[in-house]
Design a protein. Sequence first.
Length: 94
Amino acid sequence: MSSVQIQCTRCKNVFRDRAGRLQDGYSRQCPSCEVVLFFAEDSQHPFIKRAMRNARKVRKEMRELETAKLAAPEPQLAQPRRFAGRTRSAERED
Ligand SMILES: [Zn+2]
């Protein structure tokens, strides 16, 4: 789930690597033809661009999932009070 597809720029072989590793400056060998692929944000190659874009997306989804997990128990406890009390006296202070 946290890995992305990478297509080799030389032999077109498709393999997978972890999204967490696939960042600007990362390099790895193709398991098929052993050419070293370099991953840079400013890469012009469509295969590299696509892999970087996918990795960014997966990392973002993972962050959001973690944030949701951490935030989940809170809102249910915090919210009811705010709407329970009268707000008119508070408005005047502003
Ligand atoms: Zn290859």
